[in-house]
Design a protein around this ligand. Structure first.
Ligand code: ADP
Length: 835
């Protein structure tokens, strides 16, 4: 599978992710640093304040202790008195020896380096241990004030010329208080070396620190004077001075009343945190400070660690993302490589297909110019491949097929693919029918057409052969005189030939929506179904039957059907084939034959009856004639009797004549010798005569004969054979009188649709419907009492029928037993041409 995945040039997502994570780590680190710094500064500030507080309290305590020492010494009366005595007694030699031990006792405290006794004039009168024996300039200046003191004071730190170290003095006024004299008679100055207690008090720091420092200052004018030796500046005590106005200097701030700051710059110019306090009861200020660098060193170390961790985290994330990206790249290139392999394989495969394909394969540009052709193409067109490449497709088309190329390429362009057949031509001009399967392809954004052409000469030949064969069979099927229909498994018509359509009166399209059952007479459907099932079950291969079928016009025909089954290769039922021969005519002929046979038999029977009748009918009058003729010749026959016998002989002769006439008439009819004798006839007057004749003849008391005329006398002039018409009517009226015992006989005519319709209607015994047809047959007589009583030949109505039909009309009867009989017949109404 060729992958078309594009590799993004820069992995923006990963970069953005990396930047976000890195920035977040850095910000987190910064935030942590800031908060830690703030916390540290606060803590340090508090610590420094506490230390400054502690130191100030210690210094104040120390000062208080010194003052307490002064009071103690000042109030030591024997000691003071000794000093007094020493100063003012004349004999002080003895005392002098006591003075030194006394002073020595006072300097028991290690701090007090020296003690000197000063008289009001400022002279040093005694000292111990004796390094300095004069008062310095500092005390000298203060002397007048000191002589006014009531209790001891501490001087400030100062230097003196003759004293090597910075010091301060505890000055105790000596008062002769045992004589109630408050005058200061001398001063005792205890020289305190601050290095002993005070400076260590200031210097010591409760925890080890590299930069922490406490220092004492005092204000001197617009300056602050550093009172102790500084940690980072040698020889600074009482030497280093800084301006009070230095804004960030902690000592200046202390003088200005500030108590704590984190933002100070110390005397070295180093940034420090500082706390400042004034030492109560003195001019001193104590500042405690520590370098920023020291405070933050731990934090900075921690921060270094954090920075390292952040850098590591960023590096790790970077690495991870890098690995991901690398992985992705690797995958991408692996896929690309695999795709390339696939592509190569495909290419190779394609080349092989091209080379060994049985089909002709072309690649053309959009102008249908060949840009690639396989070996098969070269072989098929008898041209070199190089010759084919660059050639227009139209050049290998048969002249008649070139025109279609434009349309085909348009369809291909629109649809993207196209399959069609055309004719190509070889170099030698011979033609090859080909089937082309063309497709639009896009290679690297350029559109081409790929055509696969298959030589279909053989297929065409096979198709043609098949087509001809099919055509032949189609013709056989179509033109077969036997009706053939092919149905599906449901007996639905699939195909029907014209004989079939003609037989049933349908068009082929109409038949396709119906099944065989639709026109099989219902009486035969069940039988057919059983036979079809037996064929499906392979019980019988085919079956024959004679069925009745219903045509489209609802007429019923007879068919001799042969049904067979068509199975596919898997032996599954596919179609039924119905071949039906229309045998209606045959069936009819058979029926007619049967009817004729029956008729012949009937005729035979009738003739026997006729002969019997005729012989009876003839014999009866003949017997009468012969019998009464013989009686006539009898001598004793009276005239009256002779007349009676003659009448009987005449009647019998007439009867005999009538019978013979009938027989002659029917013989004429049957031999076709009866001709019409058309003449003008006055219908009304003839009918009136007939009416008169029968009214007179028949039983007028029980039967009334009534005539009704359908036309005026004027219009009743018609052209017809009057003799036959009157004979017909006479026959009918005769029968009516014969079969009517009482009631009426109506006869007459009316004009209907150009025909004269005659009727003879009686109220007699009537005729059962089953005999309505038969009574018109020769010799037929309804077997009943009346017939038997009156006799007859059964020829009258058949003569009537023959005459009516000869005259161009029809005759029929409507009757039911006991309901009377109505005979009707028609003849054409022809008016005589006026001369
Ligand atoms: P026939 O000489 O026997 O009367 P036809 O041919 O005239 O012969 O009549 C045939 C038969 O038809 C008669 O025998 C009779 O049974 C029946 N028939 C004819 N006319 C009538 C009628 N008006 N009423 C009842 N039956 C009739």
């Amino acid at each position: 599978m060729v992958s078309h995945r594009q590799k993004p040039a820069i992995p923006w997502l990963l970069i953005v992710l990396f930047v976000i994570i890195s920035a977040s780590s850095i910000l987190l680190g910064l935030f942590y640093y800031k908060s830690q710094k703030r916390r540290l500064l606060n803590d340090k500030n508090l610590e420094l304040s506490a230390i400054a507080d502690l130191k100030v309290r210690q210094i104040a305590q120390w000062r208080s202790e010194r003052i307490a020492d002064a009071i103690l010494i000042g109030e030591n009366k024997p000691f003071v008195r000794l000093l007094y005595d020493y100063l003012y007694s004349t004999n002080n030699k003895a005392i002098r020896s006591d003075i030194v031990p006394a002073l020595k006792s006072v300097t028991g405290n290690i701090e007090y380096k020296n003690i000197i006794l000063i008289d009001p004039q400022g002279r040093v009168r005694g000292h111990y241990p004796g390094q300095d024996t004069v008062i310095g300039e500092y005390l000298q200046i203060l002397l007048p004030d000191l002589l006014k003191l009531e209790s001891g004071i501490l001087t400030d730190l100062h230097e003196a010329q003759n004293i090597s170290y910075v010091h301060l003095d505890l000055v105790i006024p000596l008062i002769n208080n045992w004589q109630e004299d408050t005058t200061v008679f001398g001063l005792l100055a205890l020289r305190i070396d601050p290095e002993e207690i005070l400076y260590p008090l200031v210097k010591t720091w409760p925890v080890p620190s590299k930069s922490a420092e406490a220092l004492l200052v005092r204000q001197e004018g617009e300056e602050v004077l550093y009172l102790n030796e500084l940690r980072f500046k040698m020889n600074s005590k009482l030497v280093l001075r800084k301006s009070v106005s230095e804004e960030k200097l902690p000592e200046s701030m202390a003088v200005r009343g500030v108590e704590a700051t984190i933002d100070a710059i110390d005397y070295r110019g180093a940034p420090v945190i500082s706390a400042m306090k004034k030492v109560p009861g003195s001019q001193w200020y104590l500042t405690a400070k520590i370098n920023h660098t020291e405070v933050f060193s731990a934090l900075n170390e921690q921060m270094t660690m954090i920075i390292i961790i952040i850098i590591l985290v960023i590096l790790a994330i970077g690495l991870l993302l890098g690995i991901l990206e690398w992985n992705e790249n690797a995958r991408f290139y692996r896929e690309k490589y695999e795709a390339e392999l696939d592509h190569m394989a495909l290419r190779k495969h394609f080349d092989l297909i091209l080379k060994f394909a049985n089909d002709i394969i072309f690649l053309t540009d959009r102008n249908m110019v060949i840009i690639e052709a396989n070996d098969r193409a070269a072989e098929a067109y008898q041209r070199e491949r190089s010759e084919l490449i660059g050639m227009s497709l139209s050049k290998i088309r048969a002249p008649g097929a070139v025109k279609a190329l434009e349309n085909e390429s348009r369809i291909l362009e629109e649809k993207g693919f196209s399959t069609y057949e055309t004719i190509h031509v070889r170099k030698d001009g011979t033609q090859i029918p080909v089937e082309i399967s063309a497709r639009k392809v896009e290679i690297e954004g350029v559109k081409y057409f790929q055509s696969i052409c298959r030589d279909i000469t053989e297929r065409k030949f096979a198709e043609e052969t098949l087509r001809e064969s099919e055509e032949r069979f189609r013709k056989i099927f179509e033109e077969s005189p036997i009706s053939i229909a092919m149905t599906g498994k449901d007996l639905g018509i699939i195909r029907a030939n014209s004989a079939f359509c003609k037989m049933l009166g349908y068009k082929e399209e109409e038949l396709k929506s119906v099944t065989l059952r639709n026109f099989t007479h219902p009486d035969y459907i069940a039988g057919d179904d059983v036979s079809f099932l037996r064929m499906v079950a392979e019980e019988i291969p085919v079956y024959h039957t004679e069925n009745r079928y219903i045509r489209k016009d609802k007429t019923v025909i007879w068919g001799s059907a042969t049904m067979s089954i068509i199975r596919n290769n898997n032996d599954e039922v596919q179609y039924f084939l119905a071949m039906i021969e229309d045998i209606t005519q045959r069936k009819k002929a058979e029926a007619e034959l049967i009817a004729a046979k029956e008729k012949a038999e009937e005729s035979d029977r009738l003739k026997t009856a006729f002969l019997h009748n005729v012989s009876h009918e003839i014999r009866t009058p003949m017997n009468a004639i012969i019998g009464f003729s013989a009686l006539l010749s009898e001598p004793d026959t009276s005239e009256e009797e002779k007349q009676q016998f003659t009448d009987i002989i005449f009647q019998s002769g007439s009867q005999l004549l009538s019978i013979i006439n009938d027989i002659v008439d029917i013989a004429n009819v049957e031999s076709g010798q009866v001709k019409l004798n058309i003449k003008e006839m006055n219908l009304n007057s003839h009918l009136r005569n007939l009416d008169e004749q029968f009214s007179y003849k028949e039983k007028p008391d029980v039967i009334s004969i009534n005539l009704s005329l359908g036309l005026s006398d004027k219009k009743s002039l018609v052209m017809t054979d009057s003799t036959k018409l009157i004979q017909i009517l006479s026959n009918l009226i005769n029968n009516a009188t014969k079969f009517t015992s009482e009631g009426r006989i109506d006869f007459g005519y009316s004009l209907k649709d150009g025909y004269l319709e005659f009727f003879v209607k009686d109220t007699g015994i009537g005729i059962p419907p089953e005999h309505h047809e038969k009574i018109f047959e020769r010799f037929f007589q309804v077997d009943n009492l009346v017939s038997r009583k009156f006799g007859g030949t059964g020829l009258g109505l058949s003569i009537c029928k023959a005459y009516v039909e000869l005259m161009g009309g029809k005759i029929w009867v409507s009757s039911n037993p006991g309901e009377g009989t109505d005979f009707r017949f028609t003849i054409p109404y022809i008016i005589p041409e006026k001369l």
